[in-house]
Write a protein that binds this ligand. Structure first.
Ligand SMILES: [Zn+2]
Length: 255
């Protein structure tokens, strides 16, 4: 009968095995390897236990470029607006600059953080993959425009853009969404029907905005003013139109 007597070597091998197997997962180390490297130089040891790097390639998509003006321009390396949480995409042109796509997604995500069970907002046209004319829009040509529906009271979920009456507008949530867009400091204009600006103005007041700051931001109650961000343009009772400024890196972009 074989008598098992643990020797110093066996202890060292066992300890080594535990150490190595716990350090290098998914790499098989045989007892023979261990015995060999316990008696060999540290160089060999390093070779046995070091993870073996595999060749890999990092793939970065090419950066988008907005070229020209929103109503006379194009898009290079357009980014596709993906499906995601908090919105339903219903348009037919879903390409934009990297910036436009990430700003819109981030703003909607923040709405979900604040209003976790919020109904989805409807998102429609951005630009075509290479931009240029997108009928029936005048703009939407250079990847910096997008049409987004309003949030409705009582978390009502529209199936598409719908004429939104001031009494139906969830002004608190919609204004919160506008605020998230403004935080990007990259918004050039948001077109919203003047009738809907009224409840948004009061929501802004509730959110702590002061009149003197709001006067630079939204037309209501001071009447039409092309210099402010939130402006009335006909045709924006069903949705707001958001236009972003030129990304600083897009050298051929024109505001
Ligand atoms: Zn639009």
């Amino acid at each position: 009968m074989l008598k098992f007597e643990p020797t110093r070597t066996l202890l060292a091998v066992t300890a080594g095995l535990v150490l190595v197997t716990s350090t290098v997962r998914a790499q098989t180390v045989t007892l023979r390897d261990l015995t060999r490297h316990l008696h060999s130089s540290s160089e060999t040891l390093r070779r046995v236990i070091a993870p073996r790097p595999k060749p890999f390639k990092l793939i970065y998509p090419k950066r988008s470029q907005s070229v020209g003006k929103p109503y006379r321009g194009r898009l290079v390396n357009g980014r596709r607006f993906p499906d995601g949480r908090g919105y339903v995409y219903k348009g037919r042109a879903r390409f934009a600059t990297d910036e436009t796509v990430s700003y819109v997604i981030r703003a909607i995500e923040r709405v979900l953080v604040r209003y976790p069970s919020s109904a989805n907002v409807i998102v429609k046209d951005f630009s075509r993959e290479k931009g240029r004319r997108l009928r029936p829009h005048r703009s939407h040509q250079s990847g910096r425009d997008v049409d987004i529906g309003y949030y409705f009271k009582e978390n009502w979920q529209p199936s598409n853009f719908k004429t939104t009456w001031p009494s139906q507008l969830d002004a608190d949530k919609t204004w919160f969404f506008v605020e998230q867009l403004l935080k990007t400091r990259a918004v050039k204009h948001i077109f919203i029907d003047y009738r809907l600006q009224k409840p948004l103005y009061y929501a802004a007041k509730d959110h702590g905005w002061r009149d003197e700051d709001l006067a630079k931001l939204i037309e209501y109650p001071n009447g039409r003013n092309s210099k402010v961000v939130v402006r009335h343009i006909r045709g924006h009772r069903t949705h707001m139109h958001v236009r972003f400024v030129c990304p600083p890196s897009d050298s051929e972009c024109e505001d």
